[in-house]
Write a protein that binds this ligand. Sequence first.
Ligand SMILES: Cc1ncc(COP(=O)(O)O)c(C=O)c1O
Length: 375
Amino acid sequence: MNIPILDLKKEYTFLKNDITAQLKSCFKNQQWILGNKVEAFEKRAAKYLKVKYAVGVASGTDALILSLEALALKLRSKPQFSAKDEIITTPFTFLATAESIVRSGATPVFVDINPDTFNIDTLSIKKAITKNTVGIIPVHLYGQACEMDEISKIAKEYNLFVVEDAAQAFGAEYKNRKVGTFGNCGAFSFFPSKNLGAFGDAGLISTNDGRLSELLKMLRNHGQVRQYDASFIGHNSRLDAIQAAVLTAKLKYIDKFNTLRKKVAYEYDKVFSDVKEIEAPFSPDYNRHIYHLYTIKVASNRNKLLKHLNSAGVQARIYYPVPLYEMKAFKSAIFKKPYKGAEDALSKVISLPIYPFLAKGQIKHIIKSIVDFFA
Ligand SMILES: Cc1ncc(COP(=O)(O)O)c(C=O)c1O
């Protein structure tokens, strides 16, 4: 048996008619960049998330960068922070999170994570705040919400902005509210491997702030306030109609797909709770985890287990093998050590294949391979 970490073919078969109908209307309209398709998708996404505005952009990375630049425009009247401005985030994430901070001119401050949820530790955020702190970027890692009550409270108390990195968590909830709707902005990625994936790069910013939404729309289109008239230096970061069409077709099924992911997670949980060497993912009752990734912790022999799984045809992976505080690219960041939680995760995590159309036989094979290893 060969089980890839992600297989989109069955999902495509299920969605084929919807996607084809959407694409056909693009071919008919011949409108490729922004336009009606993009606006219609933005409206649907805003309605689904229950926010006032949604702004489609070219990627999740750009969603983060443009969010920070829009906030800089609001706070500093220019689309860049300065190196003195500190933004607190997690070092246990995909590197785009901190890359966006550096791109916006600010300095990343890496604080530790909670080893149970893999998300940013709220106590560590509080300890890292200085007079130069301007904002926080919590990351809803693997599809699970951060502690948003506490983070919102800290942000309010210290007058900080919050940009939620919701790249892995479309449809995830914290206390019955969708992630990406708590902060000043929520940044989503529709990279094809994400739970809501486009047919290429794509992203979206959610916000309830009308001024931010206006600034974001200018920023994604060269800073233009009207055609051929730019107020500041922006980007070419527009969502295209083809991606909006595919995403519109998929958005209809996102709750169904997230539920199917949860069912796979449930099958894993049932067995792994009896395997003492494995810690199954922890999710508080008030979170709706959408399991973009199903990540277990293995107390010992993690790398041997990984090899064993790979040779059994199971493409398990380590997300993430290198923490951001070890990357040369972030050498000018501020490091709030120790990173006990992150180091624990780094040495123990393995992500298993999880997707809506993972077959029962495949799930069985993955579980059996793991149980056999420990037996
Ligand atoms: C946590 C996180 N942030 C940001 C990104 C960047 O998104 P994109 O690849 O769409 O630029 C990703 C996805 O790769 C991610 O996983």
